[in-house]
Design a protein around this ligand. Sequence first.
Ligand SMILES: Nc1ncnc2c1ncn2[C@@H]1O[C@H](COP(=O)(O)OP(=O)(O)O)[C@@H](O)[C@H]1O
Ligand SMILES: [Mg+2]
Length: 231
Amino acid sequence: MTSKAPYVVRTEALTRTFRQGDLTVEAVKPLDLCIGHGELVAIQGVSGSGKSTLLHLLALLDSPTSGHYYLDGTDTAGMDDDTRSAARNTLVGMVFQSFYLIPYASALDNVMLPGLYGDASGKFLRERAEALLERVGLADRMHFKPSSLSGGQQQRVALARALLNDPPLLLADEPTGQLDTATGKDILDLFESINAAGKTIIIVTHDPETATRAARRIEFADGRIVSDTTS
Ligand SMILES: Nc1ncnc2c1ncn2[C@@H]1O[C@H](COP(=O)(O)OP(=O)(O)O)[C@@H](O)[C@H]1O
Ligand SMILES: [Mg+2]
């Protein structure tokens, strides 16, 4: 997907506060963040620093307490529910630590899933899903169910699924968190090659080692950015 917006992600004083009884947690403090097309960004911080909360806001899985979020140039605050769902489905791909594949569906059906809400034909979706599974190295596993796949293979399926609608933004929350070091490295290599082909990617991680894989590293602590460096 091509876009005329200068940034894929732009936030203005974006916040998210949770209230539980008398307790208030400012999980994301007023945040100004711009991420341009084709960037590979790691957001690194200790557990509880607000990384997942931020990623959920960027994925339109959650709404901010205040501030603005422009996704691919569009102010997401003005979106009604249908527009928001459509934007979540077409503008954002998301990969999670625990894969979240549908257990009784084949790898191929899992990858095709985000296409079922759109207008594309079954044939088109199937061919695209097959091409993506090939792209992530699973050409020979397309008809396997998640339980017959290793963790690394399941994450590859999840990655292919996130790319089905060719979203301008790919988000990953601790994508190697459940994988051994070697498998995690393979997955990060895959993210890197997908970024090299032009995809804008944000990877959230608690692991400084993982963060060094990204050209731009944002350190997050206590709900705010403490450093933002590009190498
Ligand atoms: N749904 C929620 N309700 C209440 N508090 C939450 C909720 N989600 C996250 N928090 C709190 O927000 C803070 C940041 O959490 P989180 O974004 O999950 O951090 P991280 O992903 O960096 O580990 C934590 O103090 C957490 O307890
Ligand atoms: Mg988290």
